[in-house]
Design a binder for this molecule. Structure first.
Ligand SMILES: [Zn+2]
Length: 194
């Protein structure tokens, strides 16, 4: 028996963001296994002082490429996890194999990455939590499914959503505490309700 796909908030109601698509539920264990690889990679990013966002590319039932955010270290705003994973993938496979490849990423791809994934013809995207500021898979724009572009890709959120959010919270708390002039924020405690 796999863990329960939904969770009950402190108020007793189910957060709609925790309701997984039936397509995901069909093979939840597999999706959790690959998302766990992305979460583990994001943990590595956090330990290295990077924004903990990471992904893996899965081809033929195996993780063939990984990427973690690298924008802080490189001061290069295009070095998102997805771009690094795509580069690693292309060292091993021709671009046409992207159509047989799924992406598992801890945070919904941003508009830039969503567009790159579409241009490379990714098969399916699974993400943990949504990206309310920059999300390109439905939160801000729907780059993955916009009818006016090339064929799109299906995208499913919610697998390990809470774990993905907690990683980000841990990072931002650490950032605040390391800031040279920490802003007087009343509450730097880690919120554990997501
Ligand atoms: Zn991105």
């Amino acid at each position: 028996m796999t863990s329960t796909p939904t969770s009950v908030s402190s108020e007793g109601s189910i957060n709609p963001k925790d309701i997984l698509d039936p397509v995901v539920l069909q093979d939840l264990e597999t999706h959790q296994k690959f998302m766990q690889c992305a979460i583990d990679t994001a943990e590595e990013a956090l330990r290295g002082g990077e924004t903990p966002v990471a992904c893996v590319l899965v081809h033929g039932g195996k993780v063939v490429a990984r990427g973690m955010n690298d924008t802080n270290r490189s001061l290069n705003g295009t070095r998102h996890a997805e771009f690094l994973a795509i580069a690693q993938f292309l060292e091993q496979f021709p671009p046409t194999e992207m159509k047989n490849t799924d992406l598992y990423v801890t945070v919904e791809p941003c508009i830039m990455c969503a567009s790159a994934l579409r241009q490379y013809g990714i098969c399916t995207v699974y993400y943990g939590c949504g990206n309310d500021r920059f999300g390109g898979n439905g939160s801000v724009l729907s780059v993955h499914s916009d009818q006016s572009l090339d064929p799109g890709y299906p995208s499913y959120g919610g697998v390990y959503r809470k774990e993905a959010i907690m990683l980000l919270r841990r990072f931002y708390i650490q950032e605040n505490e390391n800031a040279p002039n920490p802003r007087a924020k009343g509450n730097r405690e880690l919120k554990t309700v997501v």
